[in-house]
Design a protein around this ligand. Structure first.
Ligand code: AMP
Ligand code: GLY
Length: 473
């Protein structure tokens, strides 16, 4: 069988790697993929008429490739092509595709809609209200005392969420989203939530529309810097403000809460999530996942097929941990997938076919008992031709030469997030590559990931040192 994975980053390469482990699969293509899509046996970056596919949004090119190569199954990673209707289009063209149809992507594409839906079906969520009027939104935030979260309604590439400590910060967030239109039309409406405190879990489930089963979980490390990485924070803020700060200045400003440790798409992940046991997994399935899939069909008449990834906060209430949903995603997590999928024992091809054919009930979705620690190397602060740039998640240099990938690959799994290979390997993005250590102990997996990442070098390379440690994040 021939499989096509649609994704540009590390998650796509992890999905392709999972497919390649199936005896039924002869070849796996990744579109657009990256130079790291060729790291695994049977896996290749897709080429159409001698060129790589231009983007995850290039649905015509993807369909053309699938037809030319006689692809038996397409698996779609990111939300953007899903919400553009890539699964509907592939089906119209007679190509099997595992993933939700366009109408089902509303669960992720509208945070206001998702909150209203979950409130209606009694899935636990933070206290919230939706607004399309700036003044009413500003009035509402004044009623909060313990932190406020302001979210743009639509897709904003993971950047439309402001977790605020004070009313002033929240007022500012409302202005940025609704008045300055930082995220365009995605900010025409906003949802404002009480800020929750607890244990955050990247939880995933897989559904064929009728049956839904757990699909593994991870702890996702989202802050850009370790909380004691004063030098990293200093270089980042010098890069942003173009003003000089000493490490002492930064230490003081950070302690006073005047410097934010920026949120990212993820700097690393650990799977399984150290705080999630069987009982909590069952609770999340019963209280969150099953009602969402079941009522989505019953009340809204929409079927959810594919990977459902609710971001959960486990909140302690009367001595019990309650899973409350911070947001729903209609795809797998990144870099959670990189930490989770090396542990998948179930045949990925059979699983995907069961999702398409409504036969998930017959499949055992199983992960092994190992731990995986995934550490992302990102493009950090660097001085170059255009002066000093602060680095990911802000402005960063690309096209930097990378050394040591081949050596590293012999000892750990490398899922590339953003690399090319014009001659040698080069960086192409903020997240560059993810090194995954796998072992029967968490400490062993951590050691392996960190020993191996040290073999890789590129100008500006930066990574967190605390992935896999129990640190607040
Ligand atoms: P989202 O993109 O909605 O997952 O939000 C990004 C991050 O913001 C989440 O991973 C959480 O860490 C945080 N967040 C979102 N909503 C809340 C909330 N109501 N309370 C606390 N943290 C939140
Ligand atoms: N790591 C966050 C996400 O995949 O949305």
């Amino acid at each position: 069988m021939k499989v096509l994975v649609v994704d540009a980053g590390g998650r796509g390469n992890a999905i392709a790697h999972a497919f390649s482990r199936s005896d039924k699969v002869k070849e796996v293509f990744v579109a657009p993929g990256n130079a790291g899509s060729n790291f695994f046996e049977k896996c290749k970056q897709a080429e159409l008429n001698g060129k790589f596919v231009s983007s995850i949004r290039a649905i015509d090119e993807i369909v053309e490739f699938a037809k030319k190569e006689d692809i038996d199954l397409v698996f779609v990673g990111p939300e953007e092509p899903l919400s553009l209707g890539i699964v509907d289009r592939l089906e119209e063209e007679g190509i099997l595709a595992a993933g939700p149809k366009k109408e089902a992507t509303i669960l992720e594409a509208s945070k206001c809609w998702a909150n209203d839906f979950m409130a209606k079906i009694d899935v636990p969520i933070p206290e919230y209200e939706n607004f399309d009027d700036v003044n009413e939104a500003k009035e509402y935030v004044k009623s909060f005392e313990n932190g406020i979260v302001v979210k743009a309604d639509g897709l904003a590439a993971g950047k439309g969420v402001y977790v605020c400590d004070t009313v002033d910060e929240a007022l500012n967030a409302i202005d940025e989203i609704m008045v300055k239109k930082k995220f365009g039309d995605a900010g025409n409406r906003i949802t404002i939530e009480e800020r929750l405190y607890g244990i955050e879990v990247a939880f995933t489930a897989i559904s064929d529309g009728k049956t839904v089963k757990p699909f593994g979980h991870a702890k996702d490390y989202k802050r850009a810097f370790d909380s004691d990485d004063v030098i990293g924070l200093r270089d980042f803020y010098i890069g942003i403000t173009k003003k000089f700060y000493s490490t002492k200045d930064i230490e003081r400003l950070f302690k006073e809460g005047r410097l934010l440790n920026p949120n990212t798409g993820g700097m690393g992940a650990v799977s399984p999530h150290p705080a999630v046991n069987k009982e909590i997994e069952e609770k999340i399935m019963e209280m969150v996942v099953e009602p969402i899939v079941k009522k989505f069909k019953e009340i809204e008449g929409k079927e959810f097929k594919g990977v459902l990834y609710p971001v959960i906060m486990l909140v302690e209430e009367n001595g019990e941990l309650i899973p409350k949903v911070l947001e729903i995603n209609v795809r797998d997590c990144d870099p959670g997938a990189e930490a989770k999928l090396p542990r998948l024992k179930t045949d990925m091809f059979e699983l995907s076919m069961a999702v398409i054919n409504g036969e998930l009930d017959d499949i055992n979705v199983e992960f092994d008992d190992d731990w995986c620690v995934a550490v992302c190397a990102v493009s950090g602060a660097l001085k170059g031709r255009e002066g000093l740039k602060p680095g990911y998640p802000s402005d960063h240099y690309t096209n930097q030469p990378i050394d040591g990938i081949e050596e590293a690959m012999k000892e750990a799994i490398i899922y590339a997030n953003g690399i090319s290979k014009p001659n040698g390997y080069q960086t192409t993005g903020g997240r560059v590559l993810t090194v995954v250590g796998k072992d029967s102990s968490l400490e062993g997996a951590r050691k392996r990931a960190y020993n191996v990442i040290e073999k890789i070098k590129f100008p500006g390379m930066r990574y967190r040192k605390t992935i896999g440690l129990d640190v607040p994040d």
